[in-house]
Design a protein around this ligand. Sequence first.
Ligand code: DX5
Ligand code: ZN
Length: 238
Amino acid sequence: MCFAYNEALMNVHVLPSLLAADFGCLAQEIRRVAESGADALHLDIMDAHFVPNLSFGPDVVALARRVVPRLPRNVHLMMTRPDLYLQRFVDAGADTVQIHVEADCDIWAALAAIRGSGVRSGLVSRPQTPPEALYPYLALCDEVLFMTVNPGYGGQAFMESVLPKIAALRRHAASRRVPLDIMVDGGVNFETAARCAEQGANQFVAGSFLFKQAAMAAAVAQLRDRCTASLRTCPSVT
Ligand code: DX5
Ligand code: ZN
């Protein structure tokens, strides 16, 4: 395909979501993620307004930095006004800050502020949001996250309806020769992750699936291998 670009430009990353950890021993759980060989830790911030749930705040991001400084921290803000809290998460040690395109703020300005703080920027969409809603902002995004469940809770079933959105964005990015990272989050396991990779996703957040494993390292390695093989079959990636 003439507009495809080389998948060597895109790394397959696996990110366990701390939401599924045992909150009674968070430091130990963060060490477990680091020892599993995962590429980064995904931290879900919920404000009980944008989503009907509360999780944790910048102190837990700072805890992760203190416990394992070398493990990158990928911070997913499920907040109505993420723009008011960006700097607090950057100061706490976020390496990537992701905001929702449906948030009630100037998305362009917020993405620019994230990048201006020296960290990676990410833009997230709910399952019902069309991929075209993201296109105007891609120049300011290092990664796009497609929610594959309705945001707010771990342990939900993967929504197949998101698969064509992944394919559409990968085609769009490939046609512009942009090596965009496309991440999925929600109901991710070996099978659903591979199906997302076939459509062009290259980063995989998994909460309950990875934390319930007796051997997280083996599952992380297998998830990465399976997704690497599936990504090679994506027509927009050669
Ligand atoms: C849900 C969160 C997810 C959650 C995924 O709103 O954004 O990161 O932890 O959990 P699982 O993998 O259990 O669906
Ligand atoms: Zn998340």
